[in-house]
Design a binder for this molecule. Structure first.
Ligand code: ADP
Ligand code: MG
Length: 745
């Protein structure tokens, strides 16, 4: 691209007006879930008995039989065709990031030479996409390439464009999970079982516990013309070169600032489309970096929340294009400014409406609260390395530990009040509680009394002041922070499927609660009162999981050392972090909780390593090309201009004066020469490093070679390229600069 073209694109981007979004007459409550086959639609489009059966199926209380499936499919087809759908697809979440789909038309031969629209129960329930091109980590060799996708009735079908989308799990011929949804559902079942048992110590009427997830999706917008002029953005999702803009986020003027008009129009459009798809969007605002924004819905049951996040990621890309933008979900599209994450707010609640991670009214509620907080900490403590492995990727590594995101050490922030409470409990129940509150056990009926066991013990757990986000200290450096009635896992990357982290978190919680209940039951069997038994085990666990608690500055060097001393996982190399998928504690947990087998874990590890390698391989290639056919020629051209200038001055002036006048240009010519030489030499080394790495047979070793020898070279070379950008005539520079990409609306 010539720089004239660059100026033209920049000019066009500046002068674009906001796309008109027609105002809606209906209120959100009227168009919410318009395109979702939810209960209301089921009731309308299904015969009464089928509707009733489906409700049980959705609740997980009945199995789906073929006759019901056929009846449901008929109702769905009618509804979908009224909305203009012509195709249907099973929609699943393979182990690559993103979703996959294969569309089939509703058409069938009618046997008389014509066509009819058809959609049967069988099509609804199961498909066999030829899945040989999805990663399977060696589980499924190509000769048995078939994978099965099977409908997940817990997540309602919806119409997207002209297609009826059916959320499904995706498994191999031999039954192993090839996706995120299958193990996620198993982990949710495991945590339901374990948490229900524990919740019933406190509330005997609890029948079910669900896991909640509220994600906060961050993203960048870039004008599409500028995006198209950056091959690195186009191919890798991030800028591989580009000097800092003189102004970026140092003024803190973007965060919560007023939303630019073109962006506001986009957000409005997106929100309406999301609401129509049943995604309960609630918050939108600018983020810290220029051109960075965030979108958050109201939290939902985790399986549905994950589906909604996957859906919104594709929806937002689509809507952005209508508005002349490209939407970037990469965790670090621009160096030197904040990257994008996806905070995952997580909690458990009962079918009776109790938020298990939230403080309650009675001392017993609060013992329940403490139990669930402490067991969450136990889960994270035992599997902190694995939790980190669940979110590590070639792209998220650029964000972790940089100034905007938690470091690559998982620890948990509780805030002063909860920390004091745990210390109080740890010391023993007889010591006075450090902060006031009316809650003493006296006079408060305990559920244990209700079930006929008289407590002889006064529960010294005071009222816990109701904690809102406002009075919990907000520690942005903590990866797993308690924020009032939930934990917020902040290390998740913006483009990741939250399920990877949610599978680990919920399974680890299931394991912790199972172990908790086993120990409590053993004490009860020995004759100890339930409350005493619970307190004893809680106290034991408060001590055990202490190393995971950290309220200090996660960015400090001292913390790295301290965390290592505490035995937390401080590994920073992504391929080695991924070993955690195969750690004995991981394999044991997943098989005990019946979520993933060893073979499935091996497959996941292999796929993650492979993805890691490919991402860096692509970056290295694009970067090498950009250096050699964009940067070096431009730099050489400018250098030649300067050389001509120097020669001209030499001709015009007496030698001594010419020397003085030429001094600065000569220095620039030399600097450019040095940068050019460094770049050319090291691009060759980069190619060689790739070649050497590619020859390594073992996937893990190959990934390590990419991590140790390829990735760092890109950064080293970039330093020189970015310096050239400061020297070379702006007129000649071929690629849109940071200041042009980041401040245009
Ligand atoms: P922040 O101040 O962290 O940006 P928000 O108010 O934007 O917080 O909320 C973040 C997300 O947390 C939202 O999706 C919200 O619905 C969700 N959330 C709130 N309470 C809970 C909870 N108890 N469990 C899970 N998610 C929750
Ligand atoms: Mg948040």
């Amino acid at each position: 691209m010539s720089s004239t073209l660059r100026f033209q694109i920049v000019g066009e981007a500046f002068s674009k007006k906001a796309v008109e979004v027609p105002a809606r007459k209906e209120r959100p409550s009227e168009f919410f879930a318009k395109y979702v086959f939810n209960r209301q639609k089921m009731q309308k489009y299904l015969p009464a008995d089928v509707y009733k059966k489906m409700c049980d199926v959705v609740e997980g209380e009945a199995m789906l039989d073929m006759a019901t499936a056929d009846a449901v499919a008929a109702g769905m087809k009618k509804w979908a065709m009224e909305l203009g759908a012509t195709h249907c697809t099973h929609w699943f979440q393979p182990l690559t990031e993103g979703t996959a789909e294969k569309h089939d038309g509703f058409v069938e031969h009618d046997g008389k030479g014509g066509m009819i629209e058809e959609f049967t129960g069988k099509q609804l329930v199961q498909q066999e996409p030829d899945a040989s091109s999805f990663p399977s980590g060696g589980i499924r060799s190509t000769f048995e390439a078939r994978g099965y996708s099977a409908w997940d009735p817990a997540s309602p079908v919806f119409v997207f464009g002209d297609t009826l989308m059916i959320p499904t799990i995706f498994i191999s011929y031999t039954g192993e999970a090839l996706d995120y949804k299958a193990p996620l559902k198993k982990s949710l079942k495991a945590v339901d079982k374990a948490a229900t048992k524990v919740a019933r110590y406190f509330y005997p009427d609890v029948k079910k516990v669900v896991s909640n997830l509220g994600w906060e999706q961050e993203y960048f917008l870039v004008d599409e013309g500028l995006y198209a002029a950056r091959p690195d953005l186009l191919m890798t999702g991030r800028t591989l070169l580009g000097h800092d803009s003189a102004k970026n986020q140092q003024m803190d003027d973007h965060y919560f600032g007023s939303i630019p008009m073109r962006v506001a129009a986009f957000m409005k459009d997106l929100e309406v489309e999301a609401l129509e798809l049943g995604i309960p969007c609630k918050t939108r605002h600018n983020e810290v970096a220029p051109n960075q924004f965030e979108l958050a819905p109201i939290y939902e049951e985790t399986n549905l929340a994950v589906d909604h996040n996957m859906l919104i990621m594709s929806l937002m890309k689509k809507v952005a294009r209508k508005h002349g933008f490209r939407l970037l979900l990469h965790e670090k599209p621009f160096a030197g400014i904040n990257g994008s994450g996806k905070h995952c707010n997580w909690s458990l609640s009962t079918n009776t409406g109790i938020l298990l991670h939230g403080p309650g009214k009675t001392p017993l509620d609060n013992l329940r609260f403490v139990t669930f907080i402490v067991e969450s900490l136990m889960a994270v403590y035992r599997h902190n390395g694995l939790l980190k492995a669940s979110i590590i990727s070639a792209t998220n590594v650029h964000r972790l530990g940089a100034a905007e995101a938690p470091p690559a050490i998982v620890s948990s922030f509780l805030g002063k009040e909860i920390s004091n409470l745990l210390e109080h409990l740890e010391k023993g129940i007889d010591s006075p509680f450090p902060f006031g509150g009316e809650g003493s056990a006296e006079g408060t009926p305990s559920p244990f009394e209700r079930v006929g066991e008289k407590p002889t013990l006064s529960l010294d757990i005071p009222q816990i002041p109701s904690l809102t986000q406002d009075n919990t200290d907000r520690n942005r450096t903590s990866p797993f922070a308690f924020t009032g009635n939930r934990f917020e896992f902040r290390a998740v990357g913006s483009q990741q499927n939250c399920a990877a982290a949610m599978i680990v978190l919920n399974t680890a919680m299931a394991e912790a609660l199972t172990d908790f209940a086993m120990r409590v039951d053993a004490l009860i069997a020995e004759g100890l009162e339930p409350v005493k038994a619970i307190l004893r085990i809680v106290r034991e666990d408060i001590r055990t999981c202490k190393p995971i608690r950290f309220d200090g500055n996660g960015y400090s060097e001292a913390w790295k050392q301290e965390a290592a001393n505490r035995g937390l996982d401080v590994e920073t190399s992504a391929p080695i972090i991924l070993d955690q998928y195969l750690a004995p504690s991981t394999v044991e947990m997943f098989s005990r909780m019946n979520v993933l087998t060893k073979a499935e874990l091996e497959a996941r590890n292999e796929i993650k390593l492979d993805t890691y390698i490919k991402k860096i391989q692509i970056e290295a290639r694009i970067f090498g090309d950009l250096c050699m056919n964009h940067i070096i020629p431009t730099s050489t051209r400018y250098q030649t201009q300067l050389i001509k200038n120097v020669a001209g001055i030499k001709n015009l002036f007496p030698a001594e004066e010419a020397e003085r006048l030429n001094r600065t240009n000569l220095s620039l010519i030399a600097q450019m020469g040095e940068h050019n030489a460094f770049i050319i030499e090291n691009v060759e080394r980069l190619i060689e490093a790739r070649r050497v790495a590619n020859r390594i047979k073992d996937g893990r070793q190959r990934a390590i070679a990419y991590h140790d020898n390829v990735a760092p070279l890109i950064e080293k070379i970039r330093y020189h390229v970015d310096h050239l950008e400061l020297i070379v005539d702006d007129e000649l520079w071929p690629l849109p600069k940071y200041r042009e990409m980041l401040f245009i609306h």
